[in-house]
Design a protein around this ligand. Structure first.
Ligand code: SF4
Length: 281
């Protein structure tokens, strides 16, 4: 259920992210040696204090540069590094991102979409949320249908995707084993979502994809505590609206629990409520 679940473009130290040819890609031995060094005892898996610094980031770009440096959750960081080192065959030519994934989209967004966490071979590979997996295919096809995305596909950070008035984020920034971050890990990561929201002052509507994203947004936004219910609208004290939607994971989309038509209803309503569309919704 992790999102492709799951950040962009911006931030990245180093020029990772596109699909490489085999000749450009580092050899498996090189990758293994680098990642083994990164995860060996005594080696840092990132900056354990990064969440505490989120509040002092002055811009989305600064925040997006901070997030991939985070190492506050050793279990998750080890997992992401391991996945990046032990690639699945179909992505053997990729240079995995393998680090926490920042949000991405329109800095003037009026609609924020929050998922759960990056997928191991989706955003953890491409470095952009909901990019490179079936969950993202489902989400961006919907955003394109309602006029909020320039294209229906989200394959990599240099694919030309442009979001119109929309920003994409997640509750947890690291791909979790079995798509299950612990409550403590999610709590630790909320500092990034909280700062993102502060740096997106135009946001009027937040779509929570699934119950855990709903809880995360509720914790960040005025302590919203009403239960998750698909398509439910939760007015918030500051005038914003929290809108629930089943997660776009294959678990939901392959079973018909969430259909393209159901997603379109939620996205159209969000576009209407946020002033991104004057169409009935
Ligand atoms: S889940 Fe969040 S707080 Fe934990 S290591 Fe990843 S980015 Fe840092």
């Amino acid at each position: 259920m992790a999102d492709s679940h799951g950040g962009d473009s911006r931030a990245r130290p180093g020029a990772r992210g596109g699909k490489r040819t085999r000749s450009q890609a580092r050899s498996s031995a090189e990758v293994g040696a680098q990642d083994a060094a990164a995860s060996s005892p005594g080696e840092t898996l990132g900056d354990r204090e990064a969440p505490q610094r989120a509040g002092s980031c002055a811009s989305l770009a600064e925040l997006a540069a901070l997030i991939p440096t985070c190492g506050a959750c050793p279990r998750l960081r080890r997992y992401c590094v391991d996945v990046a080192a032990n690639k699945v065959k179909r992505y053997a030519g990729w240079d995995y991102h393998g680090r926490p994934v920042p949000g991405f989209g329109d800095p003037s967004a009026r609609l924020l979409i929050v998922g759960l966490a990056p997928a191991a071979h989706g955003a953890n590979r491409t470095g952009r949320l909901f990019t490179g997996d079936r969950s993202g295919d489902f989400l961006f096809a919907g955003l394109h249908r309602v006029g909020l995305a320039s294209q229906a596909e989200s394959a990599g950070r240099s694919d030309g995707l442009v979001l119109n008035g929309v920003y994409i984020s997640v509750a947890g920034r690291c791909a979790p084993p079995a798509n299950r971050p612990s409550p403590a890990e999610l709590d630790r990561c909320l500092a990034f979502l909280r700062r993102e929201l502060q740096l997106l002052p135009e946001v009027r509507v937040v779509i929570a994809l699934g119950g855990l994203a709903h809880a995360a947004v509720g914790a960040v936004l005025a302590g919203e505590r009403r239960p998750f219910s698909h398509a439910a609208e939760h007015p918030l004290p500051d005038g914003r609206v929290l809108l629930d939607c089943y997660h776009v994971s294959q678990q939901n989309t392959f079973t018909g629990r969430l259909t393209p038509a159901m997603l379109d209803v939620v996205l159209s309503r969000a576009a209407r409520l946020s002033g991104l569309s004057s169409e009935p919704g």
